[in-house]
Design a protein around this ligand. Sequence first.
Ligand SMILES: [Zn+2]
Length: 302
Amino acid sequence: MVYRRTLRREVACTGIGLHCGRPVRLRLVPAPAEHGIRFARIDVGVEIPATLAHIGSQDHATTLLKDGVSIGTVEHLLAALAGLGIDDVRVEVDGPEVPVLDGSAAPFVILLHEAGLRPLAVPRQLLRVKQPVEVVHGSKRARLVPSEHFEVSYSIGFDHPLLRHQALSLRVTPRSFTEQIAPARTFGFLREVELLRKSGLALGGSLKNAVVIGETGVLNNKLRFEDEFVRHKILDAVGDLALLGHPLVGRLEATKAGHALHAAVARKLIVTPEAFELVPSGAHAPEGGLVPFTPALRPAGA
Ligand SMILES: [Zn+2]
């Protein structure tokens, strides 16, 4: 049996919101069993559970929405919590967005290491995929299929000479998440950055928190992985699937997908009763906990 986990102590950091461009204070607070992950806008006194039912917009990031109040760019923090196997945390922000930090989940992993983990007295329930479900939008596709573990197979392709095709499959464990996925940064194309800015998005974006792909090369000094882009897509998917509210036992197969498709396939799963079951964490116990973080991957300033 694996028990639910929260943090040992509270931790905090401050950073810029990617889209709003303003500094936001983030605090992660231990919570009781069955609390789940909840985001609180302490500046306006609204708390939003991190569930599929509260997804607002999914334009370039995943935003949670309740009572007309939103919290943006939740997916990288959610990925870090799910990737490390943390179930119950209160996330407080004093602005409209979670800080982007370096555009990856690595600073959140470091913060969670600082907090430490504490097991709670309630066993974890896992969400096991029993039958495949699929969502297709043109050439974009996301499928959840049965598997003994939580796995992701992702492939991306863009109409750009530097990023025609990347693909990666892996089993998501605290170790693989920490070492292979968490450090992968947000990316965007230079031609799109200008459009985003014009529509009031990416105002806090810079080469410090995103990999920017120009016409002839990457504008940043170097990549953290040769295939950093597909790894970041897996990071986003782990974060978006965390909105299911239970650790997943199954494989996501995604082609050219993104936030909206990740959420669509998760929604399709939970409205298809024969496609999933909740199981105690004995038979399919996922690994959980903290693994040493390679100092070489520590982002500067984190
Ligand atoms: Zn992302």
